[in-house]
Ligand binder design. Structure first.
Ligand SMILES: Nc1nc2c(ncn2[C@@H]2O[C@H](COP(=O)(O)OP(=O)(O)OP(=O)(O)O)[C@@H](O)[C@H]2O)c(=O)[nH]1
Ligand SMILES: [Zn+2]
Length: 317
Protein backbone atom coordinates (compact mmCIF):
# COMPACT_ATOMS: atom_id res chain seq x y z
CA UNK A 1 0.00 0.00 0.00
CA UNK A 2 1.40 3.42 -0.90
CA UNK A 3 1.84 5.60 2.15
CA UNK A 4 2.35 9.32 2.62
CA UNK A 5 5.95 9.61 3.78
CA UNK A 6 6.26 11.38 7.11
CA UNK A 7 9.52 11.53 8.97
CA UNK A 8 9.65 9.92 12.43
CA UNK A 9 9.87 13.38 13.93
CA UNK A 10 6.79 14.61 12.04
CA UNK A 11 4.83 11.54 13.17
CA UNK A 12 5.92 12.15 16.76
CA UNK A 13 4.85 15.80 16.62
CA UNK A 14 1.43 14.88 15.15
CA UNK A 15 0.90 12.16 17.75
CA UNK A 16 1.90 14.51 20.56
CA UNK A 17 -0.50 17.18 19.33
CA UNK A 18 -3.33 14.64 18.97
CA UNK A 19 -2.68 13.10 22.38
CA UNK A 20 -2.83 16.48 24.05
CA UNK A 21 -6.64 16.56 24.27
CA UNK A 22 -7.17 19.36 26.78
CA UNK A 23 -9.44 18.77 29.73
CA UNK A 24 -12.64 20.78 29.58
CA UNK A 25 -12.31 24.32 30.67
CA UNK A 26 -14.29 27.46 30.01
CA UNK A 27 -12.51 28.26 26.78
CA UNK A 28 -12.57 24.73 25.33
CA UNK A 29 -15.48 23.07 23.60
CA UNK A 30 -16.08 19.74 21.87
CA UNK A 31 -17.15 19.86 18.26
CA UNK A 32 -17.88 17.96 15.08
CA UNK A 33 -16.10 18.88 11.84
CA UNK A 34 -18.68 19.89 9.23
CA UNK A 35 -16.25 21.00 6.53
CA UNK A 36 -12.63 21.91 6.01
CA UNK A 37 -11.35 24.25 3.36
CA UNK A 38 -8.07 26.08 2.99
CA UNK A 39 -7.01 25.81 6.63
CA UNK A 40 -10.42 26.90 7.95
CA UNK A 41 -12.54 24.27 9.64
CA UNK A 42 -16.26 24.68 10.21
CA UNK A 43 -17.11 23.04 13.53
CA UNK A 44 -20.52 22.34 15.06
CA UNK A 45 -20.61 22.65 18.83
CA UNK A 46 -22.86 20.46 21.04
CA UNK A 47 -25.39 23.34 21.22
CA UNK A 48 -25.53 23.28 17.39
CA UNK A 49 -23.63 26.51 16.82
CA UNK A 50 -21.32 26.66 13.83
CA UNK A 51 -17.92 28.19 14.45
CA UNK A 52 -15.08 28.81 12.04
CA UNK A 53 -11.80 27.59 13.44
CA UNK A 54 -8.17 27.82 12.47
CA UNK A 55 -5.91 24.88 13.17
CA UNK A 56 -3.22 24.45 15.77
CA UNK A 57 -0.01 23.36 14.03
CA UNK A 58 0.99 19.70 13.79
CA UNK A 59 -2.52 18.31 14.14
CA UNK A 60 -2.18 16.20 11.01
CA UNK A 61 -4.99 15.63 8.54
CA UNK A 62 -8.44 16.77 9.66
CA UNK A 63 -11.57 15.67 7.81
CA UNK A 64 -15.37 15.85 7.93
CA UNK A 65 -16.74 13.71 10.73
CA UNK A 66 -13.76 14.29 13.00
CA UNK A 67 -14.58 14.92 16.65
CA UNK A 68 -12.40 17.77 17.84
CA UNK A 69 -11.67 20.11 20.73
CA UNK A 70 -11.83 23.84 19.95
CA UNK A 71 -10.29 26.64 21.90
CA UNK A 72 -11.75 30.13 22.18
CA UNK A 73 -8.74 32.36 21.63
CA UNK A 74 -10.69 35.56 22.32
CA UNK A 75 -12.30 38.19 20.09
CA UNK A 76 -14.62 35.58 18.56
CA UNK A 77 -11.67 33.61 17.21
CA UNK A 78 -11.36 29.85 17.60
CA UNK A 79 -8.89 27.15 16.77
CA UNK A 80 -8.97 23.38 16.74
CA UNK A 81 -6.44 22.17 19.29
CA UNK A 82 -7.03 18.40 19.23
CA UNK A 83 -8.58 15.64 17.17
CA UNK A 84 -10.21 12.93 19.26
CA UNK A 85 -9.36 9.28 18.53
CA UNK A 86 -11.23 8.09 15.44
CA UNK A 87 -13.40 5.02 15.08
CA UNK A 88 -12.29 4.80 11.48
CA UNK A 89 -10.89 6.91 8.66
CA UNK A 90 -12.06 6.44 5.09
CA UNK A 91 -9.13 6.78 2.73
CA UNK A 92 -8.71 6.57 -1.00
CA UNK A 93 -5.90 6.27 -3.52
CA UNK A 94 -5.37 9.38 -5.63
CA UNK A 95 -4.29 9.42 -9.29
CA UNK A 96 -0.61 9.34 -8.39
CA UNK A 97 -0.93 6.44 -5.96
CA UNK A 98 -0.93 8.55 -2.79
CA UNK A 99 -3.23 7.76 0.12
CA UNK A 100 -5.72 10.56 0.83
CA UNK A 101 -8.14 10.84 3.72
CA UNK A 102 -11.82 11.41 2.92
CA UNK A 103 -13.89 11.36 6.11
CA UNK A 104 -13.78 10.04 9.67
CA UNK A 105 -16.04 8.18 12.08
CA UNK A 106 -18.33 6.69 9.44
CA UNK A 107 -20.71 3.88 10.12
CA UNK A 108 -21.31 2.98 6.49
CA UNK A 109 -20.17 3.35 2.91
CA UNK A 110 -22.96 3.29 0.36
CA UNK A 111 -21.60 1.89 -2.89
CA UNK A 112 -23.76 3.19 -5.74
CA UNK A 113 -24.15 1.29 -8.97
CA UNK A 114 -26.64 1.92 -11.74
CA UNK A 115 -28.47 -0.07 -14.36
CA UNK A 116 -26.59 2.23 -16.76
CA UNK A 117 -23.56 2.64 -16.92
CA UNK A 118 -23.41 -1.13 -16.42
CA UNK A 119 -21.87 -2.06 -13.05
CA UNK A 120 -18.28 -3.22 -12.90
CA UNK A 121 -18.48 -6.02 -10.34
CA UNK A 122 -14.70 -6.21 -10.00
CA UNK A 123 -14.68 -2.57 -8.88
CA UNK A 124 -17.60 -3.31 -6.55
CA UNK A 125 -15.61 -6.14 -4.95
CA UNK A 126 -12.68 -3.77 -4.47
CA UNK A 127 -14.96 -1.22 -2.76
CA UNK A 128 -16.31 -3.96 -0.49
CA UNK A 129 -12.82 -5.12 0.40
CA UNK A 130 -11.62 -1.58 1.00
CA UNK A 131 -14.58 -0.75 3.28
CA UNK A 132 -14.21 -3.97 5.28
CA UNK A 133 -10.49 -3.35 5.73
CA UNK A 134 -11.25 0.16 7.01
CA UNK A 135 -13.86 -1.12 9.44
CA UNK A 136 -16.79 0.55 7.63
CA UNK A 137 -19.98 -1.33 6.81
CA UNK A 138 -20.60 -1.38 3.03
CA UNK A 139 -24.09 -1.31 1.45
CA UNK A 140 -24.91 -1.82 -2.24
CA UNK A 141 -27.35 0.41 -4.12
CA UNK A 142 -28.45 -0.10 -7.72
CA UNK A 143 -29.91 3.16 -9.05
CA UNK A 144 -31.89 3.91 -12.24
CA UNK A 145 -34.27 1.03 -11.63
CA UNK A 146 -36.68 2.81 -13.99
CA UNK A 147 -34.41 1.84 -16.92
CA UNK A 148 -35.06 -1.87 -16.33
CA UNK A 149 -37.85 -3.88 -17.79
CA UNK A 150 -40.27 -5.11 -15.13
CA UNK A 151 -39.35 -8.76 -15.78
CA UNK A 152 -35.76 -8.37 -14.56
CA UNK A 153 -35.97 -9.25 -10.90
CA UNK A 154 -32.31 -9.46 -10.01
CA UNK A 155 -30.26 -7.36 -12.42
CA UNK A 156 -26.58 -8.33 -12.59
CA UNK A 157 -27.39 -11.04 -9.97
CA UNK A 158 -26.60 -8.48 -7.27
CA UNK A 159 -29.11 -9.88 -4.81
CA UNK A 160 -28.22 -13.53 -5.47
CA UNK A 161 -24.51 -12.91 -5.07
CA UNK A 162 -24.31 -10.35 -2.27
CA UNK A 163 -27.35 -10.80 -0.02
CA UNK A 164 -26.43 -14.32 1.17
CA UNK A 165 -23.15 -12.85 2.46
CA UNK A 166 -25.10 -10.42 4.60
CA UNK A 167 -24.81 -7.29 2.46
CA UNK A 168 -27.82 -5.00 2.14
CA UNK A 169 -28.73 -4.57 -1.54
CA UNK A 170 -31.36 -1.99 -2.52
CA UNK A 171 -32.65 -1.19 -6.02
CA UNK A 172 -33.91 2.35 -6.40
CA UNK A 173 -34.60 5.22 -8.76
CA UNK A 174 -33.54 8.65 -7.59
CA UNK A 175 -35.56 10.26 -10.37
CA UNK A 176 -38.79 8.28 -10.15
CA UNK A 177 -38.64 7.53 -6.44
CA UNK A 178 -38.92 3.72 -6.65
CA UNK A 179 -37.96 2.21 -3.26
CA UNK A 180 -36.67 5.60 -2.22
CA UNK A 181 -38.28 5.41 1.24
CA UNK A 182 -36.47 2.13 1.81
CA UNK A 183 -33.21 3.75 0.69
CA UNK A 184 -33.82 6.78 2.90
CA UNK A 185 -34.36 4.65 5.98
CA UNK A 186 -30.89 3.14 5.54
CA UNK A 187 -29.44 6.53 6.51
CA UNK A 188 -31.27 6.66 9.87
CA UNK A 189 -28.87 6.82 12.86
CA UNK A 190 -25.87 6.30 10.54
CA UNK A 191 -23.01 8.41 9.24
CA UNK A 192 -22.74 7.65 5.54
CA UNK A 193 -20.52 8.42 2.58
CA UNK A 194 -21.80 7.73 -0.95
CA UNK A 195 -19.35 6.37 -3.47
CA UNK A 196 -19.43 4.99 -6.98
CA UNK A 197 -18.29 5.78 -10.49
CA UNK A 198 -19.36 8.83 -12.44
CA UNK A 199 -22.90 8.98 -13.75
CA UNK A 200 -24.57 6.40 -11.48
CA UNK A 201 -26.68 9.06 -9.78
CA UNK A 202 -24.88 9.90 -6.53
CA UNK A 203 -25.63 13.63 -6.84
CA UNK A 204 -29.25 12.84 -7.70
CA UNK A 205 -29.58 10.64 -4.60
CA UNK A 206 -27.88 13.31 -2.48
CA UNK A 207 -30.23 15.96 -3.86
CA UNK A 208 -33.27 13.81 -3.17
CA UNK A 209 -32.07 13.34 0.41
CA UNK A 210 -31.34 17.05 0.85
CA UNK A 211 -33.92 18.86 -1.29
CA UNK A 212 -33.14 22.26 0.27
CA UNK A 213 -29.42 22.18 -0.48
CA UNK A 214 -27.86 23.11 -3.81
CA UNK A 215 -26.25 19.87 -4.96
CA UNK A 216 -25.02 20.32 -8.51
CA UNK A 217 -25.89 17.54 -10.91
CA UNK A 218 -23.51 17.10 -13.79
CA UNK A 219 -25.18 16.84 -17.18
CA UNK A 220 -24.46 13.45 -18.67
CA UNK A 221 -22.80 13.51 -22.06
CA UNK A 222 -24.88 11.70 -24.66
CA UNK A 223 -21.75 10.65 -26.53
CA UNK A 224 -19.94 8.63 -23.88
CA UNK A 225 -22.38 8.29 -20.98
CA UNK A 226 -19.71 9.70 -18.69
CA UNK A 227 -20.79 12.31 -16.16
CA UNK A 228 -18.81 15.55 -15.96
CA UNK A 229 -16.81 16.10 -12.80
CA UNK A 230 -17.43 19.04 -10.52
CA UNK A 231 -15.32 19.90 -7.49
CA UNK A 232 -16.62 21.40 -4.30
CA UNK A 233 -15.78 21.00 -0.65
CA UNK A 234 -16.82 17.93 1.34
CA UNK A 235 -19.49 18.66 3.91
CA UNK A 236 -21.40 16.85 6.62
CA UNK A 237 -25.20 17.26 6.46
CA UNK A 238 -27.78 16.33 9.07
CA UNK A 239 -30.59 14.09 7.85
CA UNK A 240 -33.80 13.15 9.65
CA UNK A 241 -33.72 10.44 12.35
CA UNK A 242 -30.20 11.28 13.47
CA UNK A 243 -28.63 10.41 10.12
CA UNK A 244 -25.56 12.16 8.78
CA UNK A 245 -24.46 12.29 5.18
CA UNK A 246 -20.90 13.32 4.38
CA UNK A 247 -21.06 14.54 0.82
CA UNK A 248 -17.70 14.40 -0.94
CA UNK A 249 -18.28 16.07 -4.33
CA UNK A 250 -15.50 15.63 -6.83
CA UNK A 251 -14.23 12.49 -5.10
CA UNK A 252 -17.41 10.45 -4.84
CA UNK A 253 -15.99 8.19 -7.56
CA UNK A 254 -12.78 7.62 -5.62
CA UNK A 255 -10.38 4.74 -6.16
CA UNK A 256 -10.76 2.28 -3.31
CA UNK A 257 -7.70 1.92 -1.12
CA UNK A 258 -6.61 -1.68 -0.70
CA UNK A 259 -4.21 -2.60 2.06
CA UNK A 260 -2.15 -5.42 0.61
CA UNK A 261 -0.71 -6.26 4.02
CA UNK A 262 -4.13 -7.45 5.24
CA UNK A 263 -5.56 -10.79 4.12
CA UNK A 264 -7.78 -10.42 1.06
CA UNK A 265 -10.37 -12.69 2.56
CA UNK A 266 -11.40 -9.78 4.86
CA UNK A 267 -13.43 -8.57 1.88
CA UNK A 268 -14.55 -12.00 0.70
CA UNK A 269 -16.86 -13.12 3.46
CA UNK A 270 -17.82 -16.38 1.76
CA UNK A 271 -14.15 -17.32 1.35
CA UNK A 272 -13.15 -16.44 4.90
CA UNK A 273 -16.15 -18.42 6.21
CA UNK A 274 -14.69 -21.60 4.68
CA UNK A 275 -10.98 -20.95 5.23
CA UNK A 276 -10.70 -22.89 8.48
CA UNK A 277 -11.91 -26.04 6.69
CA UNK A 278 -8.90 -25.99 4.33
CA UNK A 279 -6.23 -28.63 5.00
CA UNK A 280 -3.49 -26.01 5.42
CA UNK A 281 -3.98 -23.14 7.83
CA UNK A 282 -2.07 -20.78 5.51
CA UNK A 283 -4.05 -21.89 2.42
CA UNK A 284 -4.41 -19.11 -0.16
CA UNK A 285 -7.12 -21.07 -2.00
CA UNK A 286 -5.29 -21.05 -5.34
CA UNK A 287 -4.28 -24.66 -6.05
CA UNK A 288 -3.58 -26.21 -2.65
CA UNK A 289 -4.80 -29.78 -2.03
CA UNK A 290 -7.70 -30.12 0.38
CA UNK A 291 -8.85 -26.53 -0.18
CA UNK A 292 -12.45 -26.09 0.98
CA UNK A 293 -12.80 -22.89 -1.04
CA UNK A 294 -11.82 -24.51 -4.35
CA UNK A 295 -14.23 -27.37 -3.57
CA UNK A 296 -17.02 -24.85 -2.88
CA UNK A 297 -16.33 -23.05 -6.18
CA UNK A 298 -16.48 -26.40 -8.04
CA UNK A 299 -19.72 -27.27 -6.28
CA UNK A 300 -21.23 -23.90 -7.25
CA UNK A 301 -21.50 -22.83 -3.60
CA UNK A 302 -19.18 -19.85 -4.17
CA UNK A 303 -19.85 -17.70 -7.22
CA UNK A 304 -17.15 -18.23 -9.86
CA UNK A 305 -17.04 -14.47 -10.60
CA UNK A 306 -16.25 -13.67 -6.95
CA UNK A 307 -13.54 -16.30 -6.84
CA UNK A 308 -12.00 -14.94 -10.08
CA UNK A 309 -11.96 -11.44 -8.55
CA UNK A 310 -10.30 -12.85 -5.44
CA UNK A 311 -7.58 -14.48 -7.60
CA UNK A 312 -7.11 -11.29 -9.62
CA UNK A 313 -6.56 -9.26 -6.46
CA UNK A 314 -4.27 -11.92 -5.00
CA UNK A 315 -2.19 -11.67 -8.15
CA UNK A 316 -1.68 -7.95 -7.49
CA UNK A 317 -0.32 -8.48 -3.99
N1 LIG B 1 -33.20 7.27 -15.60
C1 LIG B 1 -32.59 7.70 -14.49
N2 LIG B 1 -31.62 8.62 -14.57
C2 LIG B 1 -31.02 9.02 -13.42
C3 LIG B 1 -31.39 8.50 -12.15
N3 LIG B 1 -30.61 9.08 -11.22
C4 LIG B 1 -29.79 9.92 -11.88
N4 LIG B 1 -30.04 9.90 -13.21
C5 LIG B 1 -29.38 10.67 -14.26
O1 LIG B 1 -28.05 10.19 -14.42
C6 LIG B 1 -27.18 11.27 -14.74
C7 LIG B 1 -26.02 11.29 -13.75
O2 LIG B 1 -26.55 11.59 -12.47
P1 LIG B 1 -25.67 12.23 -11.33
O3 LIG B 1 -26.54 12.30 -10.14
O4 LIG B 1 -24.98 13.45 -11.80
O5 LIG B 1 -24.56 11.08 -11.19
P2 LIG B 1 -23.26 11.08 -10.27
O6 LIG B 1 -23.05 9.67 -9.88
O7 LIG B 1 -23.39 12.07 -9.18
O8 LIG B 1 -22.15 11.53 -11.29
P3 LIG B 1 -20.77 12.34 -10.99
O9 LIG B 1 -21.16 13.66 -10.42
O10 LIG B 1 -20.13 12.43 -12.34
O11 LIG B 1 -19.99 11.47 -10.04
C8 LIG B 1 -28.03 12.55 -14.72
O12 LIG B 1 -28.40 12.84 -16.04
C9 LIG B 1 -29.25 12.15 -13.89
O13 LIG B 1 -30.40 12.87 -14.26
C10 LIG B 1 -32.45 7.53 -12.10
O14 LIG B 1 -32.86 7.03 -11.04
N5 LIG B 1 -33.00 7.17 -13.30
ZN1 LIG C 1 -8.14 -23.04 0.82
Amino acid sequence: MAKRRLSKQQKKRIQKAQDAVPSHSQNHSDGLVISHRGGVVLVETPDMNLIECKLKSNLGVIVCGDQVVCEDTGNDAFRVVAIKPRENLLQRMDGSGKVRSIAANLSQLMICLAVKPEPNLFLLDQYLLSAEQQNINPLIILNKLDLLSASEEDPYRLKSIYQPMGYTVVFTSAIFGQNFDQLKSLFDHQTTVLSGVSGVGKSSITRALLPDIDIKIAEISEANEEGRHTTRTSRLYHLSNNGHLIDTPGIRGFNPLIDTSQPLSTGFREISALADRCRFSNCKHVNEPGCAVIDAVSAGEIFEIRYQHYLKLLDRQ
